[in-house]
Design a binder for this molecule. Structure first.
Ligand code: HEC
Length: 218
């Protein structure tokens, strides 16, 4: 084992090289990205008084992100709009611009995703902004999207007998739908479903950044 020092040195350099390439260089390029305004002033600073983007998640939407993680939505849905000409993201109406590193700076766990069994959700809050739509869809995707292969998340809802009056947040399901509860019963979202929908509605890429404007040529 007279080559042991060489072996260790080799292992050390292999690790040091990949760490520098993957971690250090990304950190140097992207580590100091901050929220900013859509355009910059002449000095290259954010314009005073203009709104700063990206936004941080509100309390309930943060809880909803945890539900998104728990339920494994990321196994079928990505949250990254690809650059024009690279895939059909724009043609499918998934966003008005590609997403860039700055869009993700407030996300401790980034749900980029690698599978697209379902549509990309980076901008779903702008596309589908109705709470009722999301509630119906999560309870049973067939109600809003007949033939969908998305699994139902009905266990995030409670089917219960209507008390003295219907709950204000009950999911409205047409009476003639095969998924409607029996007469006198209602489908009520649990706090987890409420949080998940708040999270989905918060997914919006509806702002421009200095490095990425909405595409104009479509
Ligand atoms: C097995 C794959 C699969 C899983 C897991 C899955 N979905 Fe889906 N999802 C789909 C498919 C396919 C569609 C398109 C058909 C439809 O609208 O139901 C879809 C559609 C959607 C849409 C509508 C998007 C649009 O632009 O029309 C939303 C919102 C959504 N899913 C949210 C979720 C959430 C939240 C979860 C986790 C609780 C989840 N999905 C889990 C496959 C999946």
């Amino acid at each position: 084992m007279k080559n042991l020092p060489t072996l260790f040195l080799g292992i050390f350099f292999a690790l040091a090289f990949s760490w520098t390439g993957l971690i250090l260089s990304s950190h140097l390029f992207l580590g100091d990205l901050k929220s900013t305004t859509a355009t910059l002033d002449e000095q290259g600073n954010p314009v005073e008084g203009d709104p700063l983007y990206p936004l941080k998640l509100s309390g309930i939407a943060r809880e909803g992100k945890q539900v998104y993680i728990d339920q494994g939505c990321v196994y079928c849905h990505s949250q990254q709009i690809r650059t024009k000409g690279y895939g059909a993201d724009f043609e499918r109406g998934w966003g008005e611009r590609q997403t860039v590193a700055r869009d993700y700076i407030y996300q401790e766990r980034v749900m980029l995703g690698t599978m697209r069994t379902g549509p990309d959700l980076a901008n779903v809050g702008t596309r589908l902004s109705s709470v009722q739509w999301h509630m119906q869809h999560l309870y049973e995707p067939q109600i809003t999207s007949p033939g969908s292969i998305m699994p139902p998340y009905s266990y995030l809802f409670e089917v219960r007998e209507i008390g003295s009056r219907p709950s204000p947040n009950a999911v409205s399901i047409p009476f003639d739908s095969p998924y409607a509860p029996p007469e006198g019963w209602e489908v009520v979202p649990t706090p987890r479903a409420e949080a998940l929908v708040a999270y989905l509605l918060s997914l919006r890429v509806d702002y421009e950044l200095p490095e990425m404007k909405f595409s104009e040529d479509d």
